[in-house]
Design a binder for this molecule. Sequence first.
Ligand code: GAL
Length: 682
Amino acid sequence: MAHPRSLSHTRPLSLSQFYFGVCYYPEHCRVDQWGNDATRMVAAGIDLARMAEFAWTLMEPIEGQYDFSLFDAAIAQLAEHGIDTMLCTPTATPPRWLTHRHPDMLREDSTGRMMSHGSRQHVSQMHKGFRSHSKRITRAMAQHFAGNPNVIGWQTDNEFNCHFSEDHSPPAQAQFIEWCRARFNNDIEALNTAWGASFWANTYGCFEELVTPRPEAPTHLNPAHVLDYHRFLSDAAVDFQREQVDILREVNPTWWITHNGTFDHIDFGGPFTEDLDFLSFDSYPMFKADPRERPAWDACRLDRTRGWSGNFLVAEQQSGAGGQTTYMHDSPAPGEVRPFALRAVARGADGLMHFRWRTCRFGAEQYWQGLIDHDDVGRRRYTEAVRLGQEFKRLGPALLGTHVQADVAIAGPDAAVQAAFEACHMGMPRPSWVAGDVHRVLFDRGIATGFVRPADDLSAVKLYVIPHWAAFDPAWVEPIREWVQAGGVLLIGAMSGTRDMNNNIVAATPPGVLSELAGVTVVDYTRVNEPQVRPMEIVIEGASKPVRGEHWCEQLEPLPGTEVLGHWKQQWFDGTAAITRRPVGQGAVIYAGAWLSPALCEALLPDLLNEAGVQPLVADLPPQVEAVQRVGDQGEILFLLNHGDVDVALASVPKGHDLLSDRPVGAGATLPALGVMALRLP
Ligand code: GAL
């Protein structure tokens, strides 16, 4: 296995093959079913099974007495059929004997409600006693499976923070104090200054007085306090995971290690992922109930995932309807599960595992459909997987080493920027939601799009959009300036650069550290709460009709050398600048003193795409067809996905070889309803 490159949206996975797998729960069925399972997996081209993430109590039924026999046997059964295993540390579901003996290990939410046994993720990872049990079970598993050649990799825990992301238990309180002490070098005055503690008696006399911030208890919290609490939560997840990773690496350095999930309050763009070989993502498109919105929504989530660290493994790919006790998805239509998987692969998955092999007949997910039904019959979902398995045999090897092309990039994701805004959002659409709107406009036009963090490699990006990043690290400005000077076109949304990385407003004139680069200052601003009653409109030069200013409007004053692209029409803003453009070197910076609403994006982005020289991946793309492209040393692979329920003719598709059907394709080719092509271009 190659040593992982540093995190970047262009980083491929460090595996030597493309895995097609399933999440397998041998503990949920009879042993005499395993043989038939393995035979059917092989028929579907499955070569990897993930196991044991919730099985602690089976492996250690009594404290200190281990029994790995069930998994030894299941791993061996699959291995006989050439299927390898990826194991998981089982810490998301500790055994009942542990919490019964140590109720102080339970996690607490912000209302003081203590979690309880019976579901999962109910124990505090900050509890020192639980930490030693986590290390103990990890070491016991690692040592037991170290010599098993069919165990090839690991997942840490399962979806950290998936159900809720905070912890206010006594161990969390204690650790927060220690975290703050370290962050501020044991200098309480430094904390008071950084947190603007003179407001509402936030001043602390010593670190022991600190508390975790509990939302609405009774009212608004200090945004600086909340941001540091979120940083603390992220660091705590890093520490917890690192203990497991260190043990796994020490016991068997040939194993690869990943974690599935990109949930709240963890910075996946830093040490959390650097400690792993790569990140994994659990892809559940059916959580978007409206089928018309689903493809764009799914594509956006996949692109965002790639933005953290590059290509990823899909550790769980939806393979049917999902149902937990209080809700259930519609069933995906026949033929819809396959494009879910192929979209994930097109947008950065270098390996994919279906969740789950068999639908379980009991427990909280008895309606969560796997490939095999309750009655042990594989029907249409299994048949689709068989087809995918055949296709991955050709497609998988061609994808290794490639990355997803991004002609346009949206700034994101960034844990601190997001947490900072969330802590003081004033009821406005969050930058991450706006990023989704920007993404949608680009998705609909078939533009190669990615999410890229400002410190990442922007060299191949032609247009970069920063959507309202209020908290902005000054260290990001210079590299962005250099990129613009070299020809990049930058669009900055209102309020960017107005807060420091403590989440306090900067003393400089907005947009703060971005003012000089954008060639503009903000001299007045207003929140727009009732646009119907109190409209604000922007007249964009050359546009046929004005665009409504929504949520937040800024009055701009261009600095010398900056031109005005649009001005306000109403109220005391009338006639003042709303959108500006400053040429910088070979490129330009456009500043929008308005929230980047879908309407404003539709009005602005086409011209900016032109200016940046960005073309859609395929000309004349029919509206229901999605385009995305992988690039690598061997050339390009162009994916085309038809979301519609009718076949479409692709008038101007380039000539290529479709790696899915193994046939040549050219202009005029038909893409069937729910069909996908993966064209290797000459
Ligand atoms: C994921 C989780 C799985 C399973 C699945 C379906 O979030 O990792 O264990 O719960 O969702 O709900």
